[in-house]
Design a protein. Sequence first.
Length: 370
Amino acid sequence: MFLPVQSVVKKIFVLYLFYIVDVKLIYFDSLGAKSSCTLVVTDDVKILIDPGAAVMHGSFPAPKELKVFWVKEALRKIKKVARDADVVVITHYHYDHFIDFDKRVYEGKTVFVKNPNEYINDSQRKRAIRFFTHFFEAFDANLEECLEEPVEKSWEDVFFRLRKARKRDFGDYQDRRNQLLEKGRKWFLNRVEKWKTYRRVPEISFGDTRIIFSEGRTFSFGNTRIRFTPPLFHGIEYSRVGWVYSVIIEEGGQKLLYSSDLNGPIIEDYADMIIEESPDILILDGPMTYMLGYTLNLINFRRVLENVKRILVETSIKTIIYDHHLPREPRFKERTRELYLIAEREDKKLMTAAEYLGKKPVVLEKWDIE
């Protein structure tokens, strides 16, 4: 039987896309360690995003020795795939997003990193300085001798880019929200004063190893384009945890968006960004349901659910890996059940990395814990 010409062309086109873009989920929370390490392979370049892993928190329902095993397994897999990568991306300086330090992960690569000199909180700045100290030492250089003088400049408060979130009325919660935003604004201005005092880590090359501060910039490798968003809040507005950036990779008519730590997303404008991009594959971190009632209140949790509903309904995205932060407690699916129902209705795949790989999220297993 002969297929119509249009069907043949369509099948060839689908196969072509499959082979020129290969997405490998190296390690994620649903596999047992805090991580969202992803490898994207195109005809032009191999891009390793956020090569890091950390042990699960104490309340995670698995034996301690198993949690230690999982993080060791994650780091082993990450280091293995890093050998062949051309590009390494570090979206921020939390240890579940970067390895400090293994020269084999970074040597001979273009390393796109979160700028360590600005849009950064105190703890991430300390981690960044430690990381770059080790980085420079690995190439027989001294970071202290290479630091540049502080700069006097103004920094935009990225809260004012949030047109939708800024204008939203939260009813009875609005007064409290205004108080928190005022405190957040003061916190940001204090950060600015600190950034003015920082001796600045420079972009630098050690032979074919390059360090580039990439937020807000676009880079091309052959027909592959990598775009980095400007700094985004790590969760809620003025999150004290700091800032991150998202990564968009385009090649051959396909697009992948890696959100980094947007925690849901909580912020409406970040959902709008995802909807506008409408990638073929979305790697999205979820809300911290294991912190519900503590660092995640019910109002912001409802914001998350509303935002993901819009992403499911208003985009042509077919596959969403919804994982990092989310599968850290056994009731995560129950608490986000409405999202899975909408995904099913919209004929879209909403799944953890473990499920994408044909496995069961480890948090749903039964473990004997002493």
